[in-house]
Ligand binder design. Structure first.
Ligand code: NAD
Length: 338
């Protein structure tokens, strides 16, 4: 049975890496009918709405999306379409596995980094509730609810149980935001009681940042509200080789959209040098979600082999290959051996 998947290339480096990922996924032999949907900063500005309906319609049809990044204007302009999509489709769990790749030189070659970030994806300061009370006085509302905190906690603990992981660490700032982050922690603690075989810990977010830099090998699964998850994801990406590497999934009860942690990277867009690893690895997560476990494993293996060989790496990974050369090497590794 072929799978219908919405492909949103996005803008900036998005189309370059998303098309590369689609090629690699096709090369696994899994039959995907791609429904390509354009979504760029220009389109959003032209539609004059935060999230054009045709994008939502497509994902509601296919139920699964593979998405490149979309640019969001800074300090003004329209709200983030990426955030809007997660909220509209109720993609409450943002899951980001952070792992080293074989052969890729980083600052942490002497330890094993294998952690997964579970970022609540629908509320917190991303509720977008900002208000200028009087001139030069602004409030931004941080929304934390029991419903959202409980379901992201359940997602993390279920993942831990299924994949036999050891420990969940809830990351917070409840020493200061006693009510909001306090509620998030209470929900995490309650959930931990339902999973006695999994160790549960708590860590304040600023300490977490320092610990990640000093001893990243101590972490297993990290559970956190939206904003901390956003920031810690980039920090963690930096530990294993940068944003070109780390994949992600936005998962809800009905739909799922797979996308890298990175943004549209305007500094390298259009040059054909972006690293497609992150979105290809997101594609492997998508194949798992679609039940194509063996193909997902082969795709991961093919990507890892390119890193082991070290001859076709993009600039951010220390090589000189283009996005296309990297992708061709992955596809070569997927070809059946003669
Ligand atoms: P960014 O992730 O786009 O780039 C940060 C740095 O990492 C840049 O130097 C960039 O060149 C590098 N980088 C990122 N991805 C790379 C890749 N695949 N290969 C090689 N190098 C890579 O972050 P930013 O510059 O802060 O944001 C740019 C735009 O992207 C903003 O408009 C932001 O809102 C948007 N954004 C979108 C998403 C999304 O669509 N989900 C996520 C994050 C940021």
């Amino acid at each position: 049975m072929p799978h219908n998947v919405t492909l949103i290339p996005g803008d900036g480096i998005g189309p370059e890496v998303a098309v590369a990922a689609a090629r690699a996924i096709d090369a696994t032999g899994v039959e995907i009918i791609w429904e390509r949907v354009e979504l760029t900063a220009d389109i959003i500005a032209a539609y004059r709405e935060e999230l054009p309906q045709h994008v939502v319609d497509s994902i509601q049809r296919t139920r699964v999306g593979l998405k490149g990044p979309v640019t969001t204007p800074v300090a003004g302009g329209y709200s983030s379409v990426n955030v809007a999509l997660r909220k509209r489709l109720d993609l409450y769990a943002n899951v980001r596995p952070v792992r080293q790749l074989p052969g890729l030189k980083t600052r942490y070659t002497d330890v094993v980094i294998d952690l997964v970030i579970f970022r609540e994806n629908t509320e917190d300061l991303y509720a977008g509730l900002e208000h200028e009370v009087v001139t030069d006085v602004v409030t931004s509302l941080k929304v934390i609810t029991r419903t959202a905190s409980t379901r992201i906690a359940r997602h993390a603990f279920e993942y831990a149980r299924k994949l036999k992981r050891k420990r969940v660490t809830a990351v917070h700032k409840a020493n200061i935001m006693k009510l909001g982050d306090g509620l998030f922690l209470r929900c995490a603690r309650e959930m931990a009681q339902e999973y006695p075989e999994i160790e549960y810990k708590e860590l304040i977010v600023d300490n977490t940042a320092m610990q990640l830099v000093m001893r990243p090998q101590q972490f297993d699964l990290l559970l956190m509200p939206n904003l901390y998850g956003d920031i810690i994801s980039d920090l963690a990406a930096g530990l294993v080789g940068g944003l070109g590497i780390v994949p992600g999934a936005n998962i809800g009860a009905e739909y799922a959209v797979f996308e890298a942690v990175h943004g549209s990277a305007p500094d390298i867009a259009g040059k054909g040098i972006a690293n497609p690893t992150a979105i290809m690895m997101s594609g492997a997560m998508m194949l798992d979600y679609l039940g194509e476990i063996e193909a997902a494993k082969r795709l991961r293996g093919a990507i890892e082999q390119v890193y082991r060989d070290g001859r076709h790496l993009t600039g951010d990974a220390g090589g000189t290959a283009s996005t296309t050369e990297f992708t061709d090497a992955v596809i070569q590794n997927l070809a059946p051996s003669r």
